[in-house]
Design a protein around this ligand. Sequence first.
Ligand code: HEC
Length: 250
Amino acid sequence: MLKKTSIAAAVAAASALILIAGGCAATSTGKAETAKPAQDTAKPAPDTAKPKAVDYTAMTPTALAEYLIFESGSYDLNQPTQEGTNGRARLTQDEIQKACTLKKSEELSDKAREKVMALAAASIRYPEGGIKLGDWKKGRQLAWSGFGFRTAHNPDKHGPGEAGGNCYNCHQLATDRTGGTIGPSLTDYGKIRGSSPEMLKYTYDIIYNANATFPCTNMPRNGANGILNDAQIADIMAYLFDPESPVNKH
Ligand code: HEC
């Protein structure tokens, strides 16, 4: 078992990593009791009791991130994830991620861009009966929830709640709460753009797999990766388009 003190250090280290990774992950509640020993006995968790003394200030951001993930013991990469694998499996890139990974000073080639857009477009599935708007109130809950699909360090207890869309961490959505700035503001989304079938499809595609529209975007692939189901996407779309939604009221 991990000692309480080393868990506290791990929480601090993990928070640091979240900041380095772009600051868009929701904050952990940091409950030490939820830490469990590694599931996979073939790959034991690193010895967290005696972390190697390192000088964080002398490290590049990449070296620090790798140190925190692989060596410091902050992360339990064998811990099960909500999609049914584990944190270590998440480190294996899929085709889109491979095509988007660039070496230093390299730019995305036209070929890679086309490949990513085609792979992403092929992943998009449309609901039976077409794209519809659901309940904006439920959509508001989902858009402002960062719950679910976290991994490796104090992951959520998944039983009591559904995964959210985490939209607020990157987008300003309405004026009643403050959202993030990694993505463009979506305030007045429906008011400005209307809700033509083309606009609904444009938005659905972005929520489902934004790489079909913005290759190599930071935006998560909510539909393609099974984070949000059809009904949840419909609810979030209602939050963006419904004239009664706070997104369109101010
Ligand atoms: C990790 C950050 C991140 C999260 C989380 C995120 N997005 Fe985005 N989103 C972006 C970025 C960045 C863009 C702009 C495209 C680009 O340049 O990559 C974008 C673009 C969009 C656009 C197109 C905006 C336009 O002006 O046409 C929509 C719509 C959108 N996001 C909706 C959502 C919704 C709904 C959610 C939650 C289900 C969400 N996003 C979650 C980062 C994010």
